[in-house]
Design a protein around this ligand. Structure first.
Ligand code: FES
Ligand code: FE2
Length: 405
């Protein structure tokens, strides 16, 4: 299926946005919320559009492609397919995470097919050209003829792997393929400032990933954007999340519009730490004491959603597969040293993971239902509640603005 899309991308890449959809419809998104429409149907159903979105949204922004804890050791490497673009994520010898295009500089063989641990080099299976973990081409066997591994006229330094701008923040791996985005520290500053009352820079280092009951994924039959739109608002709480609504009622939720427009979401002021017997998870030490019951759920555009609580944190990121298929990944984190992962908290971790998985599963019917509705020719992108849909509208505006810029 992906092969088909990639092939189509190649053919359709030169289509301008004008040929894909009526630009006027995008301008309607940017109107005051009371009279705005949502993004047009083409943004959810048209494969030509997907090629355009890949370029503008996924290659042109700080996009999330995974978490550092999935490649914890030096030499751990993982392939990642970004809507047909083959990439590699690798943990280098300084424990930093790097991203490269997953293609050999020689004749273009795809280098890494499966997650694995490499000892010293990334070796191409075709003719054994090899690259170190920094992407430098270090070996070119027989390039000058049998047993002659050098060629005077060949300048190795011109054939290093093509590295991608990468930043790991709170274990989340962000990449910017087109190298056109603002510096990541600038990009994340508004969110860090917002959350400084919860976790300061030192506390950010306290997160430990949960290696049991920590990760799960789901494949959903809808466009990736529906997951973001749905996550941002609490409007659907009473109808979709009956259990959650009992403990954290819609009245206890507030909406968040992060400015400048890079994130949106919601918060609750009724968070209760899970308890088993007399056990509770460790908490972030510098969390503002008057706000222990606050939790916030932020979608950082384009494709990652973060849930922050006094005692745990999760990363929920989206891997777009096709126009109407998305893989949702969820990783849980706790606070403190390795003991957070010990036997003592095992039952709590299990219960917490079960709870979030259930919430995610409840959302599936909502986001898949919107995908089906988007096949209707009479739907015009819809309308918003000026009170309840503010963060969702903000996301639509962000997408629309980045398509036309
Ligand atoms: S294509 Fe990689 S070594 Fe030839
Ligand atoms: Fe939900």
């Amino acid at each position: 299926m992906l092969m088909v899309i990639f092939f189509m991308d190649q053919n359709l890449k030169n289509l301008s946005l004008l040929e894909i959809l009526d630009i006027e419809k995008l301008h309607n998104v940017d109107k005051p919320i009371e009279i705005a429409n949502g993004l047009p149907n083409e943004c959810y159903t048209n494969t030509n559009y997907l090629a355009y979105e890949r370029e503008k949204i996924f290659c042109g922004k700080w996009t999330v492609v995974g978490v550092g804890s999935s490649i914890p050791n030096i030499g751990d490497v993982k392939p990642y397919n970004l809507l047909g673009i083959p990439l590699i994520l690798i943990r280098d010898k300084n424990m930093s995470i790097r991203a490269f295009h997953n293609v050999c500089s020689h004749r273009g063989f795809k280098l890494i097919d499966e997650p694995c641990n490499l000892k010293n080099v990334i070796r191409c299976p075709y003719h054994s050209w090899s690259y170190d973990f920094e992407g430098n081409l270090v070996a070119t066997p027989h390039i000058g003829g049998l047993n002659n591994h050098k060629s005077e006229k060949f300048d190795k330094t011109r054939s290093n792997l093509k590295e991608i701008k990468t930043k790991t923040w709170m274990d989340i791996i962000f990449i910017n393929i087109n190298s056109n985005e603002i510096d990541f520290d600038e990009y994340i500053k508004p969110l860090e400032q917002r959350w400084s009352k919860f976790i300061n820079k030192d506390d950010q280092k306290l997160i430990v990933y949960s290696n049991d009951y920590g990760y799960f994924n789901l494949e959903v039959k809808c466009n990736w954007k529906f997951a973001i739109e749905n996550y941002c608002e609490s409007y659907h709480l009473p109808t979709i999340h009956h259990e959650l609504n009992k403990v954290s009622n819609i009245n206890n939720h507030y909406h968040i519009q992060g400015l400048p427009n890079r994130f949106a979401g919601q918060g609750s002021n009724k968070y209760e730490q899970p308890v088993k017997g007399n056990k509770k998870f460790n908490t972030f030490p510098n969390w503002e004491k008057t706000m222990l019951k606050n939790s916030e759920y932020i979608a950082l555009f384009p494709n990652v959603m973060i849930g922050l609580h006094v005692d745990h944190f999760y990363v929920f990121w989206l891997e777009p597969l096709t126009m109407n298929k998305t893989k949702e990944h969820m990783q849980m984190y706790y606070v403190g040293n390795e003991s957070a992962n010990g036997e003592e908290f095992k039952e709590l971790r299990k219960e917490n993971s079960r709870f979030w998985k259930e919430v995610m599963l409840e959302d599936v019917s909502a986001i898949e239902g919107m995908q089906e509705g988007r096949n209707s020719p009479v739907y015009n992108g819809g309308n918003f509640s000026a009170v309840m849909d503010l963060p969702t509208h903000q996301f639509h505006k962000w997408v629309a603005a980045n398509l036309v810029n």
